[in-house]
Design a protein around this ligand. Sequence first.
Ligand SMILES: NC(=O)c1ccc[n+]([C@@H]2O[C@H](COP(=O)([O-])OP(=O)(O)OC[C@H]3O[C@@H](n4cnc5c(N)ncnc54)[C@H](O)[C@@H]3O)[C@@H](O)[C@H]2O)c1
Length: 392
Amino acid sequence: MNNKVRVGFLGAGNLNSIQHFPNIAASPNAEFYGVCDLNREQMEKKAGHYKPKLMTEDFEELINNKNIDIIWIATRPHLQTDLARRALKAGKNVFVEKPMADAAETCLELGRLAKKKGLKLFTGFNRRYAPAYVDVTSILQKMKTPPMMTYRLADDSNGRGSDIFVSSQLLDEACHAFDILNFFAGADPVEVITFNVSQNNDLVSIRYANGAVASLTSAIKSSMAWPKERLEIIMDNSALSVEDFVELQTANVPGWGSMTKRYEGFEYPGWLSGYKEKMQWEGLSAVFAFRRRWQEYNIADGMPKLDHKPETDKIRGKLVEAHKPFMPPVNYMVNKGWCNADHSILRHLRAGEPTNAAGAVESARSIAVAEAAMKSSKSGRLVKLDPKSWKI
Ligand SMILES: NC(=O)c1ccc[n+]([C@@H]2O[C@H](COP(=O)([O-])OP(=O)(O)OC[C@H]3O[C@@H](n4cnc5c(N)ncnc54)[C@H](O)[C@@H]3O)[C@@H](O)[C@H]2O)c1
C-alpha cells in the first residue's frame, strides 16, 4: 500500500475515543478517514475535531465506502463479531476489539473468511506491545526452560460495575491475560482447570504443550485502590515480576542481573501529563498513590457504577471532568501497549513490516482457554484442549 492506510472507525465510545482515535490520528502511516456511531451527538463530540471525510450512523455506508482500507471496530463484545463478519464480506481489512467472538470456532470462521478474501484481521490484544512486556518477551527468548507463570487480573465491581455488563470476566477481560500467557509460553495450551470462588472470581491453571504452566487469579471483587495486573515468572534459576506495567523486577536474569526498571505512564490528550513521569520515577508507589486517590474521590463523590446507561454516563463524565486536573484515567494511566500495537498494525498494512499483533488464530487460542476455563469453573473438572483445531 503506497498511500496512507485509510481507517474507518466503528464506534465512537469510550475505548475508540480515548485510545484508537488519537493513536491512529498520530500515526504517519494512517488517515482518520471515517467514523460511524448510532449516536450522532456523541460521534460529533468525540470524533468531529479529527475532521473525518465521512461521519455516518449507517454501518453499511462505512463498510461500502471504497476509499476505506480497514474498519476499526470497538462497539460492545456481543455486537462486534457480526459487524466484523459483515465488514470482511464487504472486502475490508478489519481490526476488532477483544473479544473477537465468544467461541474459538467463530474466531477461526472469521479468520477463514479473511483468508479466502485476501484480507487481514486483527484483534485488540495490545499487551503484547506494552513496553514492560516487550522486555519480558526478549528475556524469555533467551531462556532454556519453559516458564512458570503467575498472573493477577484484579477488577473492582464497585468501581467498574463488571458484574452488570460483563457476560463473563473469564471471556471479556481474562482473554487479555490468556493471550499474553499463551504468547509468553510460546506453545499451545493443552489443559485447563478452574477453581471457582464466586461469580466472576476464579483461579485458572493452564498447562502448555512445552511444559510451561500458568495460573491466573481473575477477580472482580478486588478494589480500584489495588493495581490491576501483575505478572510473575520463574525459570532457569531466575525470576522476574512486572507490577501493573510500570515496574519490572529481575533476579539473576541473564543480561539483566537483579534490578528494577520503571516505565513511564501513558499520556492522554486533554489530561495533565505529570503522572506519566511520576510512573517512570516512582514506579509502583505512584500507581498506588493514584489508585488510592481515585478510590477516595469516588467514595466522596458517590461515583455511580459503570452500567453504560446514558444517564449514568453523564454523571460519571461530569465527575471525571472534575477530577481531570488531579487524576489520570486510572485504568489507562499505565502503558498497556495500545498505541504501539496500533502503529505496528498500520506499518504492517502499509509496508509489510512483521507484526506481533494478534489475529484470528491467536484469538481462537485465547478464547479456547476462556471457554475451557468457564466450563471447568462450572464442573470443577480439568478440560483438555485440541490445538490441532486452531488452524485456518
Ligand atoms: N483492549 C483494551 O484494553 C480494551 C479496553 C476497554 C474496552 N475494550 C473493548 O472495546 C470495546 C468497546 O468498549 P467501550 O467501553 O468503548 O464501549 P462503549 O459502550 O463506550 O462504546 C461503544 C460504542 O459503539 C456504538 N455502537 C454500538 N453498536 C453500533 C452499531 N451497530 N453501529 C455503530 N455504532 C455502534 C455505541 O453507540 C457506542 O458509542 C469492547 O469490546 C471492549 O471489550 C478493550
